[in-house]
Design a protein around this ligand. Sequence first.
Ligand code: ZN
Length: 427
Amino acid sequence: MRSLLILVFFCTPGHFIHAQKLSSTEKKIMEAVDMQMPNTLKLLGELVNINSGTMNVAGVRISGELIRKELEKAGFTVRWLKMPDSIRTAGHLVATRKGKKGKKILVLAHLDTVFEPDMPANPFTKVNDSTVTGQGVLDDKGGVIAILASIHALAYADALKDATITVYLTGDEEIGGIPSDITRADIIEQAKQHDVALSFEAGQINKITTSRRGADMWRMFVYGTQAHSSGIFGEKAGYGSIYEAARIVDSFRVSLSKEPNLTFNPGIFAGGTTLIDSVDNVKIYGKDNIIASRTTVMGDLRFLGEQQRREARVKMKAIVENGNLPGTRAEIFFTDGIPSMAPTEANYKLQTEINQVNIDMGLGELVANKPMERGAGDISFIADYIPSLDGLGPNGSGSHAPGEVMNIKQFPVLIQRAAIFMYRLTR
Ligand SMILES: [Zn+2]
């Protein structure tokens, strides 16, 4: 067993803060966050040092059990929502407490990370006075711990008793919750029973996420006639599958690349005479003197809003099916990935409310993110049903990469802001 590295951090309580327009309860929430910070960071270290790669079901469950204890201490009723055996993920940890005042809040983060046990370990370590590193420290273990710390601070200030809060920690966010019609059915139902959704993915003091693009996958198959290369462009042999696939991919670029918030990246382009496809790779055989009869191209499609998603698919399909070069034909198939979080009026209203918290805390104004700045996330599955914000979690960089870091100087400030915002929503 690896011994747990316990680090002691010195955070000046109340730095950045002027706190003039805060109520006495809100000031108490701030104090509680500062006071509890050593314990908060100790918990973060424990959580980071439990491997919870999405496919490490046991690890995700152990992470969840650590959080369960903490939420039960705060009076939450906690359960595991298990997935069918065929899906082979840990399921989701769902914690609820019910009160009688204010808005019902659905709070989101995820327990899993992209780092599976067979990847090089990166134990929780202090890099310098303002930075820690570790697997998932930012994405999204810091977010999970920020939720816990907010709730503990609310409890300390006696601000929890009237609140209705559901904490929903998914165990398969990093694989997009596939198949989402099963794995996200419950959270959609929960969203319909709450008034506001707050997601604790990485954030910033002066920016909040009101929109995120969605992401689908596509796969294109192009067919030509196998023949001697010398016959290319001729009536009998035609143009071959590679020229046709190149024409199509370039037509995508020419006709769609200027659309705001839309991108599509051909990630794999493989052509030859023999192609063996599987879900995420392609084996190929061909020769320089043979016209390629088979080409497969695989890519993603990132969009904002259902209309853009639909229209982009229609345009791409038309390019694929019409105007094929002589002797070729082509087809394209789309797979639903994660929907987008559209920047709705309701989200902007929430933004003005959390902006007020920023101002009252002396942190300055915050702005909404641009949709292009954020990829798909769990909030996107429910954003059509409920006013939503994301980016309430910690600040840092390098998520999904070995050197992922989180800023521990800003961490208490972001937790204080989240806790006060939750307090105001539940009044
Ligand atoms: Zn994440």
